[in-house]
Design a protein around this ligand. Structure first.
Ligand code: ZN
Ligand code: ZN
Length: 176
């Protein structure tokens, strides 16, 4: 996602509106593959002062991934606020000097916003992506999808497993 800052260079110190859209394909996240099913939209502004460009705005995208419980496809809309400073790299020196920290740099009249937008969006994802909040998941015994099918495995888990029945009894004792 490339931002052309030509207008900003001609208008230093003045906030310039920006509105970008780009189609991304797939991504890796916590060992899972997710698909960007809408273009990534980023709207905001940028401001150039001296050798620094401050970019602010809000990014939005819809993604698809497998549900952490039932493995069916799950869709969600993600939005993230972004505020990032990019420092002008005059002749490739900054990259070497600053390789330790995560300062973004730019040169010429283009800034690549991809890293900042992508990290901000991924940070907004929930720790577990679910197809719906009350997804019932897969039966741990026979593996059917409990959202769409019923099975007899778990009708009476206490009877099936004497230890869980015992645990329930112990809990009841504690409450008394
Ligand atoms: Zn699910
Ligand atoms: Zn089952």
């Amino acid at each position: 996602m490339i931002l052309d800052i030509t207008r900003g260079i001609q208008n230093k110190g003045i906030e310039v509106h920006l509105c970008l859209e780009e189609k991304w394909e797939k991504d890796q996240w916590r060992g899972d593959t997710l698909t960007y099913i809408s273009p990534v939209a980023f709207e905001g502004s940028y401001l150039i002062t001296e050798d620094t460009v401050v970019v602010r705005g809000r990014a939005k995208v819809s993604i698809e991934a497998s549900c952490a419980r039932c493995l069916e496809s799950a869709r969600l809309d993600v939005a993230a606020d972004i505020e990032e400073a990019y420092i002008r790299d005059r002749n490739g020196e900054l990259n070497q000097q600053r390789s330790d920290d995560e300062q973004y740099t730019y040169s010429g009249h283009c800034i690549d916003l991809t890293d900042a937008v992508r990290s901000a969006l991924l940070l907004e994802l929930p720790s577990r992506i679910l197809c719906k909040e009350d997804c019932r998941g897969l039966c741990p015994v026979c593996g059917v999808n409990l959202n769409t099918t019923t099975c007899s495995c778990q009708k009476d888990p206490a009877r099936r497993n004497p230890f869980s029945a015992l645990a329930e009894l112990l809990n009841e004792d504690e409450e008394v």
